[in-house]
Design a protein around this ligand. Structure first.
Ligand SMILES: Nc1nc2c(ncn2[C@@H]2O[C@H](COP(=O)(O)OP(=O)(O)OP(=O)(O)O)[C@@H](O)[C@H]2O)c(=O)[nH]1
Length: 490
């Protein structure tokens, strides 16, 4: 609302000034032009206010670009009303034409990605400002410097202005066809309609101006602004909703857009090098440098993200396959690895052994010392078992409750018994006090099953065989191991 009032007041001020200075007749077309431009700013600003936060910035940039045009028209009107003997108003108009390029460049070349580092936005802003500085220098040197007397200068300026205007329009059209969301398509539709018609009108107007402007020429400048008002306030065309670029096209265009900014700076640098060699060279090479920095910042950010994703994937993997209490493999991992180990053994003709380990009198341990002490005991036993693995490919897993399983790859019954003996000793050596155990400390019983070439076992039967052997070890007095009947074949 505040913007509307500012725009209305601006118009009233110009009217009052024209009336006061008695120039109403002369400035009437300029005031009409100003009114159309003011309406264009108002309509774009309304879109800005009604848009969701993500797409507000580009609408704001478009509103800023059109506002530069308003200020430019206002400066020209003031020059007619007040006269401009000092040439300040003409200089201001040139500054405004150059400033107009900044929001335009920014809105058509930014990728507007949410995760983009702030530094990248700053680099883009600096580059857009460089474009403006080059444009300003170019126009002033060719139109008001010593080169102004050269009749070809005006054509150089015209071609340069056309190149900038048409490049901006082409970039906006490219973005329109690369936008996947309808809101973004609508924005680039409005921006490209405005920039393209503006480029055509400017090209025609500037050429007519060379031969003296007829009375109707001023109204040409109104066309892009009037069109912008229509586009911004009317319903968008149906094809805009129906059109959907593929993800690959959209991503390619969005990632390609920022290089256009650097290209524009380099091209301007080259074309202005004739009149301003050193600054043009500096600006051109900074464009290349900035683009490199831009890529480096984005790459470093995406490497950070990739690292975080890898870490959380690794953590997730760990959590899925691990027992949360003891940190060793859980039943899910055991089932997969046991199947693989048995298949490998079958294929290579090697043995595979399985130890089923159970803590003796664990119910009594929990009952007398509590579940927290019971958990701590499980963690200690799991640690000792992990340390007693034979090969890197062996697996120590929690089978459930106070039962553990060790899969020993490429290990026959004899070696498995040796491992069982070692780990029974290892648990004894832990000397975990157990008030209800005959020995006074925690012990384990072990059941062993071994797959040989004669005993091609299914994992479930394999586990069951080891469990039966464990049961025998328990019934024979605990703190010992027993070999499953099936293992004897080996
Ligand atoms: N603290 C704790 N206790 C558990 C956990 N999982 C199972 N248990 C307990 O382990 C005990 C197992 O008892 P039983 O199956 O009777 O076996 P046991 O007392 O060890 O007897 P034997 O195996 O015959 O020596 C039960 O009291 C369960 O509550 C656990 O994660 N933490």
């Amino acid at each position: 609302m505040r913007v509307t009032w500012v725009l209305v007041l601006l118009l009233i001020a110009h009217l009052a000034l024209a009336k006061w200075s008695g120039h109403t007749e002369d400035v009437w077309p300029q005031l009409a032009m100003l009114a159309v431009q003011v309406t264009a700013v108002w309509s774009v600003f309304t879109r800005y206010r009604r848009s969701p936060s993500l797409i507000r910035l580009p609408w704001l940039l478009l509103a800023m670009a059109v506002s530069m045009q308003v200020l430019w028209a206002s400066t020209n009107t003031l020059a007619t009303i007040l006269g401009d003997k000092s040439g300040y108003l003409a200089a201001l108009a040139t500054v405004l034409s150059a400033l107009y390029v900044i929001p335009c460049m920014f809105m058509v070349t930014r990728s507007f990605a949410l995760n983009e580092p702030r530094t990248v936005a700053m680099l883009d802003l600096v580059l857009s400002c460089m474009v403006a500085v080059l444009v300003y220098q170019f126009f002033t040197k060719l139109l008001s410097g010593p080169l102004a007397s050269d009749p070809s200068s005006i054509y150089v300026v015209l071609y340069q202005a056309d190149a900038i205007d048409f490049s901006l329009a082409a970039m906006a059209i490219l973005r329109l066809f690369g936008a996947r969301s309808f809101r973004w398509r609508f924005f680039y539709y409005a921006a490209s309609a405005y920039l393209l018609v503006n480029a055509i009108v400017a090209a025609v107007y500037n050429r007519i101006e060379l031969h003296g402007l007829p009375w109707w020429a001023g109204s040409l400048i109104d066309i892009p602004h009037a069109l912008l008002v229509l586009v911004a306030i009317r319903q968008p065309p149906r094809w805009l909703r129906a059109y959907h670029p593929s993800l690959a096209v959209s991503q390619t265009i969005a990632s390609f857009a920022p290089i256009l900014l650097s290209m524009m700076v380099v091209m301007l640098g080259i074309s202005t090098s004739r009149i301003n060699f050193v600054p043009s060279l500096l600006v051109g090479s900074s464009a290349v440098l900035f683009y490199g920095l831009r890529v480096a910042f984005i790459q470093s950010r995406s490497m950070d993200r990739q690292r975080a994703v890898d870490l959380s994937a690794w953590r997730l993997e760990q959590q899925v396959g691990r027992d949360p209490l003891t940190g060793i493999a859980n039943r899910v991992t055991l089932d997969t690895r046991l199947k693989e180990a048995l298949e490998d053994g079958r294929r290579t003709g090697s043995y595979c052994s399985l130890l089923m380990i159970d803590i003796d009198f664990f119910k009594q341990y929990n009952d007398s010392l509590g579940h927290i002490a019971g958990d701590a005991c499980l963690v200690e036993v799991a640690g000792a078992l992990s340390r007693s693995r034979v090969r890197a490919g062996d697996l120590v897993a929690r089978y459930g409750g106070e039962e553990f399983v060790i899969v020993l790859v490429d290990t026959g019954a004899e070696a498995a018994q040796e491992v069982a003996r070692r780990l029974i000793d290892a648990i004894e050596r832990l000397q975990i006090a157990h008030p209800d155990c005959p020995l006074g400390y925690v012990t384990v019983s072990v059941g062993i099953a071994t797959q040989t070439q004669q005993t091609q076992l299914d994992p479930i039967i394999f586990l069951d065989e080891a469990d039966r052997a464990l049961y025998r070890a328990k019934s024979k007095g605990r703190n010992r191991y027993e070999l499953a009947a099936v293992s004897q074949y080996g």
